[in-house]
Design a protein around this ligand. Structure first.
Ligand code: BG6
Length: 483
């Protein structure tokens, strides 16, 4: 059932920040898995680049440790790991100086794809791009990959886009939003655009509302000092939740082509109405028992930064005028659960006498964990007791439906890095999308800053602050349980 694996062209991939957390947790294990599946062949090369002085052998040990820590034991056959580390090398360089760049230039091979993954602080993006150019390491086919945050508001995102554009064309820049690489997120497009079933109902006439929840159990822990300058709005809503909203709300693109898809997403972002202050709730987690509070993690005694956001968004478009989109995300919540729930309207007239127990149809797309799709429908309760209706789920867990392959879902980074090598930008953010997303977010954050209000406290392990519940209650609706 798994899709056929076609090897990518040979490449030289340089990972700046090659010893960092993201490289060790996601990028290197992801590359190893693609190697194991023979999607990456032995004529490709992966070059770690960082400040520490070490040779290839020492870096290969870093890579071995990352595989040991992040790949199931059954997939760590010694000879596969040996063959993989053989394609790995290292160069020590100073991102802000001159050391190491000539050595890197010498390592680059002609006639293979060159990709540069900047897994470093955003303050280094422009510096590295400039040096790559100055040392003639890149050519017009090279690709550069950057990770969020892409600025912290529209102005800084614009500046970053302009800096990158000095040395790279837009079709060489791969802005990663790892949510777009998640298998179920891609499935959103398949469900919508490969089936006739949903599309006729996919509008304000039939959809009562949409809920998008990305709930995490982790707190901000070791990232406290970074996170405190960001908050949930910048860290999650402006990018990940916004992308989910786009995939739900966009018009069918004329083709599954990078710009066709991104043009449609951009139209959604531009159609978003400004959010009224009453339509948004911010929260910050308290400690309970053993669990640290948000402030413990930031080492501060007070902070106005939110670790939770719930908001009601609306779109001024023919398709969606009148259908609210409720978005919610937070740290230290009751469960790790991400889902999109599309709640349809009730039938216009009931021919049945039963007054209680009516439920609207709900299509739930579970992103993680236990990826799958669930459609709630009404049926007759079995038995001779007359026509009594009850709600049942038509449940499709990908793990069950697809067998073993359904449980072996590739990590988002695996898919995305292979797309970089293939030169496919469909699942990457375009510069204008990022700026438009900030244009919607900026006034919200600006308003908070102007008011200087504290976020509402919520208990670790809860569903967020009470006020977030009210956001839906006052509209006669309720959030789905986080579980
Ligand atoms: C990152 C955020 O982009 O996404 C983190 O910076 C967050 O704060 C993470 O925890 C969530 O990703 P996932 O894949 O675990 O849902």
């Amino acid at each position: 059932m798994a899709s056929r694996i076609i090897p990518v062209d040979p490449f030289d991939l340089v990972i700046f920040g090659g010893t960092g957390d993201l490289a060790r947790r996601k990028i290197l294990p992801g590359l190893y898995r693609r190697f194991l599946d023979e999607q990456i062949t032995e004529d490709s090369r992966i070059i770690g680049a960082a400040r520490s002085t070490m040779d290839d052998a020492a870096y290969r040990e870093v890579v071995r440790a990352s595989i040991r820590d992040h790949i199931p034991a059954a997939k760590q056959a010694a000879d596969a790991v040996d063959r993989f580390v053989n394609i790995v090398g290292y160069v020590a360089l100073d991102a802000r100086g001159t050391d190491g760049w000539d050595a890197l230039a010498k390592l680059m091979r002609k006639s293979v794809v060159r990709a540069f993954y900047l897994s470093v602080a955003p303050t280094l993006f422009a510096e590295i791009a400039t040096r790559l150019h100055r040392h003639r390491i890149t050519d017009k086919h090279s690709r550069i990959v950057i990770e969020k945050p892409f600025g912290r508001d529209r102005a800084s995102a614009r500046k970053l886009n302009a800096e990158m554009a000095t040395h790279f064309k837009e079709d060489q820049i791969y802005r990663i939003d790892h949510y777009l690489g998640k298998e179920t997120v891609q499935n959103l497009m398949a469900v919508r655009f490969a089936n006739i079933l949903f599309e006729p109902l996919w509008n304000a006439q039939y959809v009562d509302h949409v809920q998008i929840t990305v709930a995490e159990t982790v707190g901000v822990e070791g990232r406290g000092s970074y996170y405190d300058t960001s908050g949930a709005m910048r860290d999650m809503v402006q990018n990940h939740l916004m992308q989910l909203l786009c995939l739900i709300a966009m018009e069918p693109p004329y083709k599954f082509d990078p710009d066709a898809v991104r043009d449609e997403k951009l139209k959604v972002i531009r159609a978003l109405d400004p959010v009224a202050p009453d339509d948004i709730v911010r929260g910050q987690y308290l400690g309970t028992g053993q669990a640290d509070s948000y402030l413990d993690h930031t080492g501060r005694t007070e902070s106005l930064t939110e670790s939770f956001v719930a908001l009601k968004a609306s779109l001024s478009s023919w398709r969606w005028k009148g259908t609210p989109f409720y978005l919610r995300t937070g740290k230290r919540l009751r469960a790790r659960a991400s889902e999109i729930a599309v709640t349809f309207k009730e039938p216009p007239h009931s021919i049945f006498e039963q007054e209680e127990g009516w439920r609207a149809n709900v299509l739930v797309i579970r992103l993680q964990p236990d990826e799958g799709i669930n459609l709630k429908v009404m049926i007759k309760e079995p038995g001779p007791g007359g026509m009594r209706l009850t709600e049942v789920p038509l449940d499709m867990s990908f793990a069950e439906a697809l067998g073993e392959e359904g449980t072996d879902i590739p990590d988002a980074y695996e898919r995305l890095i292979m797309d970089v090598i293939r030169g496919n930008q469909t699942l990457f953010m375009r510069g204008d999308e990022v700026e438009a997303a900030w244009a919607w977010t900026d006034p919200i954050i600006g308003e908070w800053e102007a008011r200087g209000e504290s976020p509402k406290p919520y208990d670790a392990g809860s569903s967020g602050p009470e006020d977030a519940l009210m956001l839906m209650h006052r509209d006669g609706r309720r959030w789905r349980e986080i579980r």
